[in-house]
Design a binder for this molecule. Structure first.
Ligand code: HEM
Ligand SMILES: *[C@@H]1O[C@H](CO)[C@@H](O)[C@H](O)[C@H]1NC(C)=O
Ligand SMILES: *[C@@H]1O[C@H](CO)[C@@H](O)[C@H](O)[C@H]1NC(C)=O
Ligand SMILES: *[C@@H]1O[C@H](CO)[C@@H](O)[C@H](O)[C@H]1NC(C)=O
Ligand SMILES: *[C@@H]1O[C@H](CO)[C@@H](O)[C@H](O)[C@H]1NC(C)=O
Length: 359
């Protein structure tokens, strides 16, 4: 590779990094697309509705996708970026431990993006699509609706390390859960309200086998597990199973967004350790919040709305920062980079080895 091209590539890197937002403040507005894409909500809704008719679990998967996006570099659609080497190297968050073989709905988001682009090209960010899909999924599963603040722009990078660090794990104790949320500006009330999303969806057996058979290497099950429920879960997740079988989060109404997550916790029927911790940690301030939500669904719904809006504001990119991605899995190629890429590929194709430039 010639020095000129190498130098030019360096300049491009500087320009790209220079465009990254150093700070961002929430300046979102539910009527952000009123003029440029007035039908965006109904377009997203129609795709989510039709997909979820065949696959009701998709509503849960889409809510989770928004959560996993927002906890890593803010709600910037970083989770959607695939591995790439050019124009910048991206280590996709999709291969981080909390996401790999776990997140669902990437194809549905692309379907939504295509539908939205057909109506209003180049206007609606992938980050806003994730946020809208989460609200719509709540509504379609029987949960609350809310006016979704909009105007997020898409980030230019992803960070797998941060995904591994920031996303809480199913065996986390209450202190770790609280601090993972606090790192994102979310408090204990948000933690309990947002965990209520586990009233829908599924988890793989692998996340509960230690609770069922050998909790903390005690050789016994988790003592906080209801013994009736324990038997049920052991039938669904045999000790020698693959770990990939699925269990409902809510044993009562698995696809309905309701307050049963909290009544389950009261009956010691939380699926994950991280769920049951909210009610079974002795003396914890989360117990009274669980009881409050368990006793009144309207109170839970109001709290869930407020916390979802708060979560949706984390680290948002607005104004002229970031970009509106054309395809949600890749950042847009700047025209200069496209030109350079063709120069580089001409050079490499003329060499026998076809070496790819690395920088
Ligand atoms: C409090 C800490 C949390 C932990 C430790 C946690 C952990 C998990 C785990 C381990 C799964 C199952 C993944 C799999 O089987 O592959 C899961 C699924 C799910 N999570 Fe969470 N989660 C937490 C908070 C949240 C929040 C805040 C939301 C949304 C607001 C959420 C929404 C969901 C949904 C809807 C599912 C089901 C997804 C599906 O069926 O595809 N979770 N979570
Ligand atoms: C992005 O990566 C995911 C796997 O993480 C894959 O399913 C998807 O097809 C990729 N998208 C594109 C457009 O290559
Ligand atoms: C990702 O985040 C980690 C942890 O904050 C940081 O050390 C690392 O430099 C970041 N990587 C990239 C590529 O930005
Ligand atoms: C529980 O796990 C520990 C540590 O891995 C192991 O030594 C022990 O044999 C296990 N007990 C049972 C009953 O599986
Ligand atoms: C366990 O579940 C059973 C059956 O659903 C219920 O009657 C019982 O009260 C629960 N036990 C505890 C300790 O929560």
């Amino acid at each position: 590779m010639s020095l000129t091209v190498a130098a030019a590539l360096c300049c491009v890197v500087v320009v790209v990094l220079g465009g990254l937002p150093l700070s961002s403040e929430a300046q979102l507005d539910p009527s952000f697309y009123r003029d440029a894409c007035p039908k965006v909500h109904s377009i997203v809704r129609e795709v989510v509705r039709s997909v979820s008719k065949k696959d009701p679990r998709m509503l849960a998967s889409l809510i989770r996708l928004h959560f996993h996006d927002c906890f890593v570099l803010g709600c910037d659609a970083s989770i959607l970026l695939n591995n790439t080497d050019t124009p910048t190297k991206i280590d996709s968050e999709q291969q981080a431990f909390p996401n790999v073989n776990s997140i669902r709905g990437l194809d549905v988001v692309n379907q939504i993006k295509t539908a939205v682009e057909n109506a209003c090209p180049g206007v609606v960010s992938c980050a806003d699509i994730l946020t809208l899909a989460a609200e719509i999924s709540s509504v379609l599963s029987g949960g609350p609706d809310w006016k979704v603040p909009l105007g997020r722009r898409d980030g230019l990078t992803a960070n797998r390390t941060l995904a591994n660090e920031n996303l809480p794990g199913p065996s986390d104790g209450l202190d770790r859960l609280k601090s993972a949320f606090k790192n994102q500006g979310l408090d204990t009330n948000d933690l309990v309200a947002l965990s209520g999303a586990h009233t829908i969806g599924r988890a793989r057996c692998t996340f509960i086998t230690s609770r069922l058979y050998n909790f903390s290497n005690s050789g016994k099950p988790d003592p906080t597990l209801n013994t009736t429920y324990l038997q049920q879960l052991r039938n669904q997740c045999p000790k020698s199973g693959s770990g990939n079988d699925l269990v409902n989060f809510d044993l009562t109404t698995p696809d309905k967004f309701d307050k049963n997550y909290y009544t389950n916790l009261q009956g010691n029927k939380g699926l994950l350790q991280s769920d049951q911790e909210l009610f079974s940690t002795s003396g914890a301030d989360t117990i009274s919040i669980v009881n409050k939500f368990a006793s009144n669904q309207d109170v839970f719904f109001a709290a869930f709305k407020a916390s979802m809006i708060k979560m949706g504001n984390i680290g948002v990119i607005t104004g002229k920062n970031g970009e509106i991605r054309k395809q949600c899995n890749f950042i847009n190629k700047k025209s200069a980079e496209v030109d350079l890429a063709s120069v580089v590929s001409k050079e490499t194709s003329s060499s026998e080895e076809g070496m790819v430039s690395s920088f």
